[in-house]
Design a protein around this ligand. Structure first.
Ligand SMILES: [Cu+2]
Length: 144
């Protein structure tokens, strides 16, 4: 009798609880744009949600940065603006791009490991508490 109930319970639990976001959100092409001097570095990548569930990016960390924030560039009345973003939704089956002119990671006070030709580790944090550890290539202002 009870083995049958167990199967049903397992099926219901599977339907309710999605897997961790890191299991169905793939991260493509991660890189930082390193600028001369001590200017902040912009971080770019793509989030591919290949699952059946929505995911939400809520933050990022890196030892290579004083602070690492989610930002969005915009044009308002012909002016370039930049604002803090608290979360970025990645709907099921969709791709969200972090690219120049739009969403980006803002790395302030970049440390010595933020060197063109090198790479730095970044942790991307999702709203379900899961986190992806990603290696970002460090490129020049022109993306080389
Ligand atoms: Cu920014």
């Amino acid at each position: 009798m009870w083995p049958h109930s167990l199967v049903i319970l397992a099926a219901v639990a599977g339907a309710i609880a999605p897997p961790p976001a890191t299991q169905f959100v793939a991260i493509g092409g991660p890189w930082f744009r390193s600028l001369p001097g001590h200017l902040p570095a912009g971080g770019y990548f793509e989030l591919h949600n290949i699952g059946k569930w929505p995911a939400t990016l809520v933050g990022a960390d890196s030892d290579a940065c004083g602070m690492l924030m989610l930002h969005k560039s915009d044009q308002k009345n012909g002016m370039d603006t930049m604002s803090d973003v608290t979360s970025v939704d990645i709907p099921a089956g969709q791709t969200v791009k972090f690219a120049p002119g739009g969403y980006h990671l803002m790395c302030t006070d970049p440390g010595p490991t933020m060197k063109i030709g090198g790479s730095v580790p970044v942790t991307l944090k999702f709203s379900d508490g899961s986190a992806a550890h990603v290696t970002f290539a460090v490129k020049s202002a022109t993306g080389q």
